[in-house]
Design a protein around this ligand. Structure first.
Ligand SMILES: [Zn+2]
Length: 427
């Protein structure tokens, strides 16, 4: 979907539904705005249920201050106006009070975005604005002053967060990614000490799949077309279950001995379409498409492991909490976890870059899942359902382990019981 071609009213309603639908705002909280090419500001109304907003509810504020629409504009209109004045590069602003970011805002700490490379790319540096009365000119001045320092997202003390960008989708992605960091960091705090990436380490992840040589496919087999729909379905399910964010998470599936399909770079996961999925054949990428940055190690895995038919890398908050603290994700929780996941090794940061051969060599029938330090969980399977089941089970297992923290100490399944499981299910 070409989201940017939707008119402002439709864009605002779609993103507000997304924020409300994924529990990142309440009925009364949060507001969005956009500036169009004529300088008109489109903004959510005050005191209207965010769960049932329609395009007709969106207010247009003309450059001369005239208000067009059936309601009053958001009570936070003053800070939207003030931010646009200080940041002419912004065309959209997203503001809400999601619980995890509010938690950071009320302990007055800025969430660390250098926990995985993509989060730092999307959010950039996070600013901090001291408290002022909601709706006041003073609050507008403080927030706009913080944005004027060059940051693209600001945590509001005892309030929430504001993200700005050149488009509404980009502002939303920034907002959602900071919320992902907050949720992950809260989980990680019960697991161990968080390891931050250095700027040099973040730069390592920059190489993109656009450098692969191109080819033009002559025709498409039915098997390929079926796999495209399955990949899109898995990505949408993973996004809906918060196992992926809008800008991160890669799914690939083998078409035949020489080729596989993989999700693209830079396309919002919620709006992924079958035509966006990229065919890779003999190391070449489909013309006019850019594959996910993870394409090189996915390629190594398909080359080295003929039995593997699908690979997923994803940033699920609980599994990522283990990845950023470099703690062992113990699968001896319930038989299902151990049977589906086996032991999950932690792979040191950096091995997933370059040609990915070393990472591929870590995988085997005994090791179908690995945790990539400060990056993602990687699952493999004979097909997409098996790789996706492993992703879900890994995230459920990590969540259960984290949930033990206030109630008691986890007691792993004993060696004897494990040996019994090996004989019954795994040999
Ligand atoms: Zn607010």
């Amino acid at each position: 979907m070409r989201f940017e071609l939707l008119p402002p009213r439709e864009q605002i309603v779609t993103i507000m539904q997304r924020i409300y639908g994924y529990s990142m705002t309440t009925t009364s909280g949060g507001n969005l705005s956009m500036l169009d090419a004529e300088g008109d500001m489109w903004i959510t109304p005050a005191s209207i249920d965010k769960g049932s907003l329609t395009p007709g509810d969106i207010i247009c504020v003309k450059p001369d201050g005239r208000i067009i629409g059936p309601h009053r504009p958001s009570s936070e209109y003053p800070f939207h106006r003030a931010i646009y004045e200080r940041r002419p590069d912004f065309r959209a602003i997203v503001h809400a009070h999601p619980p995890a970011l509010v938690a950071f805002s009320i302990v007055r700490k800025i969430p660390n975005t250098k926990i995985i490379p993509q989060a730092h790319y999307v959010c950039g540096t996070v600013g901090y604005a001291p408290y002022a009365l909601p709706g006041s000119q003073q609050l507008g001045g403080i927030i706009a002053g913080t944005f004027a320092e060059g940051v693209d997202i600001v945590l509001l003390e005892n309030h929430g967060v504001v993200a700005g960008a050149g488009s509404l989708l980009a502002a939303f992605q920034r907002f959602e990614t900071l919320d992902f960091c907050a949720r992950t960091l809260i989980r990680a705090s019960t697991v161990g000490e968080v390891r931050s990436l250095t700027d040099e380490e973040i730069a390592l992840s920059g190489e993109r799949g656009e450098k692969l040589p191109k080819f033009t496919p002559k025709s498409q087999t039915t098997a390929e077309l079926v796999l495209r729909t399955k990949i899109v379905d898995i990505v949408h399910r993973a996004y809906d279950q918060r196992l992926m964010t809008s800008t991160e998470g890669t799914v690939s599936a083998r078409v035949d001995a020489d080729s596989f399909l993989i999700t693209p770079f830079g396309i919002d996961r919620k709006y992924l379409d079958i035509g966006d999925v990229v065919l890779i054949r003999k190391g070449h990428r489909e013309r006019r498409k850019e594959p996910s940055r993870a394409v090189r190690f996915h390629m190594s895995i398909y080359r080295d492991h003929p039995e593997i038919g699908a690979v997923i890398t994803a940033q699920c908050p609980s599994a990522t909490a283990y990845s950023i603290t470099a703690q062992k994700l113990d699968t001896r929780t319930i038989p299902e976890s151990y049977i589906v996941l086996r032991d999950i090794p932690l792979i040191p940061y950096g091995e997933q870059f370059g040609d990915g051969a070393a990472l591929s060599a870590r995988l085997s029938g005994q090791v179908p899942v690995v945790l990539l330090q400060n990056d993602a969980i990687l699952t493999t399977g004979r097909d997409l359902p098996q790789a996706f089941d492993r992703l879900e089970v890994a995230e459920f297992s990590a969540t259960a382990l984290i949930d033990t923290s206030p109630i008691g100490e986890m007691v792993p399944i004993g060696d004897e019981a494990l040996a019994e499981i090996e004989i019954e299910f795994l040999s």
